[in-house]
Design a protein around this ligand. Sequence first.
Ligand SMILES: NC(=O)c1ccc[n+]([C@@H]2O[C@H](COP(=O)([O-])OP(=O)(O)OC[C@H]3O[C@@H](n4cnc5c(N)ncnc54)[C@H](O)[C@@H]3O)[C@@H](O)[C@H]2O)c1
Length: 279
Amino acid sequence: MSYNLLKGKRGIIFGALNDKSIAWKVAERAVEEGAIITLSNTPVAVRMGDTEVLGKKLNAEILPADATNVEDLEMVFTKSMEILGGKIDFVLHSIGMSPNVRKKRTYDDLDYDMLHKTLDISAISFHKMLQVARKLDAIETSGSVLALTYVAAQRVFYGYNDMSDAKALLESITRSFGYIYGRDKGVRVNTISQSPTMTTAGSGVKGMMELLDFSERMAPIGNADADDAADYCVVMFSDLTRKVTMQNLYNDGGFSSMGMSLKAMKQYTKEDDESKLTD
Ligand SMILES: NC(=O)c1ccc[n+]([C@@H]2O[C@H](COP(=O)([O-])OP(=O)(O)OC[C@H]3O[C@@H](n4cnc5c(N)ncnc54)[C@H](O)[C@@H]3O)[C@@H](O)[C@H]2O)c1
C-alpha cells in the first residue's frame, strides 16, 4: 500500500545487488511511495548481480561506482542531479564487506590491509559520500541520509569480526557529520540498526542461521526482515521525521533491549522443567 510519502522526492540508493538485498526492497518501496531514484553499485556487482533488472523495473538509471572512490561518488551525485532534475532529497548507504570475514581471518589474526579495506568500504565510504554531497551542495535542505548498521557496534557478537569495528565507526561518522550537515543545511543523518537478515552479505556472517534463531527468540515481536527495513527507511526519508538526526535507530523487534526472554530460556531448560517457566 502506498501513502505517497515520497511524492516528488529524488533519491540515490547504493547497494542493491539482488532481490534479497535490503537496498533492493528500499528502492522498490521508495518508488512505490512516489520517489524517482538512481541506483549505484560497484561495476563488478552491476555486471554479476541483478541491479539492471531492478533498474528496468523501477525505470531507474544505474550509475556504477566504487563507494570508496571519491571521483566515482562525485560522478554519482552530479549525474543523479542531472538525471532526476534537481537536488537529492534522500540517500541510502547499504554497503558492507569485510575481506577478513571472506578469507576467514579471525579477529585475533586480522590481516591489516584487509582491515583497512573493511573500514573503507563499510564505514569511511559513508564519510566520503557525505563530504562529496556537501561540497557539491547536492542535498536539499532537510534531506535525509541513512546507512544500515548492526547491533554488533555496541555488543560483542561471536564471529562478526572486524565488521563490528566498521559499524562502530559508521555510527560515529553519522553523529559527527550529522552535526555539521544539520547545522549548515538542515540535512538529517541517521543509521538504522537492522535485525540479522538473509542476504548475500548476511549469509557471509559466521553462524547466520543460529544468529537469526537466537534473535528471533529474544525479540518480543520477532526479527525485522528486509521489507520491514524498507518501510522504516521510507518513513525516515519522508517529511514525517524532519527533526530526527544523528540517531542510531533500532529496527530489530526489541532485541537490543532484551537480556533474556522466555523463548530463549526454554532453549536451555530440560524438557521436564519447561512447565515451570512462566512469564
Ligand atoms: N543482512 C544482515 O543481516 C544485516 C544486518 C544489519 C545490517 N546490515 C547491513 O545492511 C547493508 C546491506 O547489506 P545486505 O545485507 O543487504 O547485503 P547485500 O550483499 O545485498 O548488500 C551489500 C552491498 O554492498 C555492495 N558493496 C560492496 N563493496 C562496495 C563498494 N566498494 N562500493 C559500493 N558498493 C559496495 C555490494 O555490491 C552489495 O550490493 C550492509 O551495510 C550490511 O552490513 C545487514
